[in-house]
Design a protein around this ligand. Structure first.
Ligand SMILES: [Zn+2]
Ligand SMILES: [Zn+2]
Length: 237
C-alpha cells in the first residue's frame, strides 16, 4: 500500500468523513460517494457505435447505419452509462439539486469505464459552455465541474475561455432535428488562436448530439483537427 502524503491525507479524510452515497443516502463504506450497489445499477451501454454511442444492431461491427450515411463531425462519442434509472438521478442531483459530490462521482465512473486507448491524453478537455445568463441562474456549469474532476484523475489539461456560447438558445426539447440544428447554428464562438489541435468535449448527458456537433463545427473552424466527445450518459434511442 502506498504511503505518499496525498494518499495518507485521503485516507485520513475518509476516516473523518466517510463516503455517503449520493443516490441512496446510505454510508458507502468506501472513499467514493456512491455505494457499490448503486454503482452496479448504473446501466452500461450495450455494444455502442464508437461514433455516436447508440447501440449497434446485433452482428454489426464498426459504425451504425446513420453514422455510415452521415457521420457526426466529432470523431468519437464515449459515454459511461445509458441515461436511464439511476444514471438520470445522478445527473439531476447535480444539475437541479446542486449536489456537488455528484460531479466527482460521475467523473470517477466515466474515468473507470473509459476504454484504455479511446481518448488521446494530449488532448485538452473542453466542458460544453453554458450561456453566461444560464450559468448565472444555475450558479455553476455542471460540465465544468465534471471536466475538472476528469482532468485531475487523468492528467488532461482543461480549456477555459477558448469558446463561449454566443446566444441564449431556446431549450432544445420540443424541436425536431432540423429545428435543433437551426437553433444552435452559430451558438458557439471560439477565440482565435486559443483552440488546440486535439479537443475532448465533456458533457453530462448527450441526447441527440446536435449541441456537440455545433460545438465541433466551431472548434474545427478555429483550428482543431481532432474532436472527441465524452459524456457521463447517453440517452437511449
Ligand atoms: Zn447507494
Ligand atoms: Zn453511430
Amino acid at each position: 500500500m502506498s504511503t505518499t502524503l496525498p494518499s495518507l491525507l485521503s485516507r485520513l479524510t475518509w476516516l473523518l468523513a466517510p463516503g455517503r452515497c449520493v443516490l441512496c443516502g446510505l454510508a458507502s463504506h468506501r472513499q467514493r460517494d456512491l455505494c457499490d450497489v448503486c454503482e452496479a445499477d448504473l446501466p452500461a451501454l450495450l455494444d455502442p457505435c464508437p461514433r455516436c454511442a447508440l447501440p449497434l444492431a446485433s452482428g454489426v461491427s464498426g459504425l451504425c447505419g446513420p453514422c455510415l450515411l452521415r457521420p457526426p463531425r466529432y470523431l468519437s462519442l464515449t459515454a459511461a452509462c445509458s441515461y436511464q434509472d439511476p444514471a438520470d438521478l445522478l445527473v439531476q442531483a447535480l444539475k437541479f439539486r446542486r449536489l456537488r459530490p455528484a460531479a466527482r462521482v460521475m467523473a470517477e465512473v466515466m474515468y473507470e469505464r473509459l476504454p484504455a486507448t479511446s481518448l488521446p491524453r494530449e488532448a485538452w478537455l473542453l466542458p460544453v459552455p453554458l450561456h453566461p445568463w444560464r450559468q448565472w441562474q444555475r450558479g455553476f456549469n455542471q460540465s465544468v465541474l465534471i471536466a475538472q474532476e476528469l482532468a485531475r484523475l487523468g492528467g488532461w489539461r482543461m480549456l477555459s475561455r477558448a469558446v463561449r456560447r454566443r446566444r441564449a438558445t431556446r431549450p432544445q426539447s420540443g424541436l425536431n432535428r432540423a429545428g435543433r440544428r437551426r437553433n444552435l447554428a452559430n451558438a458557439f464562438e471560439a477565440r482565435p488562436g486559443r483552440v488546440p489541435e486535439q479537443v475532448i468535449i465533456v458533457d453530462d448527458v448527450v441526447t441527440t448530439g446536435t449541441t456537440l456537433d455545433a460545438l465541433t463545427r466551431t472548434l474545427l473552424r478555429a483550428g482543431a483537427r481532432e474532436v472527441h466527445a465524452w459524456a457521463f450518459a447517453r440517452t437511449p434511442p
